[in-house]
Design a protein around this ligand. Structure first.
Ligand SMILES: Nc1ncnc2c1ncn2[C@@H]1O[C@H](COP(=O)(O)OP(=O)(O)OP(=O)(O)O)[C@@H](O)[C@H]1O
Ligand SMILES: [Mg+2]
Length: 164
């Protein structure tokens, strides 16, 4: 399988067919027993633990079914985490996070804690966090699976808009 820059691919398959496993292999969270995974020129299957963490920070944004936000941090702080881990200064990280939250239409919730937000709003926060380090690749594992049909449609449109 190969995916071109700017391309948007949906992976379909029965429960247990290996969709999450494939995404974990691409993210370097799992290692293949055979085969090659190359992302943006990097042999992901050959990275060690530290290299793999660095690769994820620099090149990958991930969105999950159940958001995986940190409940003890505000929305703004959640979105800033990847940039802070990558060494970006606090001021710059905050500016970018506010800008992203604004473009996703949730900046008025910046100071709220995730549990005060609806599912659709939480997923928008997760999308903002995933985009923080301008990843080459955005991976989403059933990103609308926990949302009602109208929020699911919003998130689907948002993701397609990002690709465009
Ligand atoms: N850590 C693991 N060790 C061994 N087998 C695993 C492990 N994780 C998943 N599997 C198996 O690998 C197969 C693929 O699982 P995976 O989670 O990738 O499926 P999926 O397509 O994402 O399914 P779903 O739609 O239910 O999320 C399954 O048979 C599962 O039981
Ligand atoms: Mg899965």
């Amino acid at each position: 399988m190969s995916v071109a820059s700017g391309e948007c691919v949906a992976i379909l398959g029965h429960s247990g067919s290996g969709k999450s496993t494939l995404l974990n292999l691409i993210a370097g969270l799992d290692k293949p027993s055979s085969g090659i995974v190359t992302v943006n020129g990097t042999r992901v299957d050959q990275l060690g633990e530290a290299g793999s963490a660095k690769y994820r920070r620099a090149s990958i944004g991930m969105i999950f079914q159940f958001f995986n936000l940190l409940d003890d941090l505000t929305v703004l702080d959640n979105v800033m985490v990847p940039a802070r881990l990558a060494g970006m200064g606090k001021g710059e990280a905050k500016r970018r996070a506010v800008e992203l939250l604004g473009s996703l239409g949730i900046d008025r919730h910046a100071k709220a804690y995730p549990q005060r937000l609806s599912g659709g709003q939480r997923q928008r926060v997760a999308v903002a966090r995933a985009l923080m380090n301008r990843p080459a690749l955005l991976l989403a594992d059933e990103p609308t699976g926990a949302l009602d049909s109208s929020s699911a449609e919003d998130v689907r449109q948002l993701l397609l808009e990002l690709v465009r």
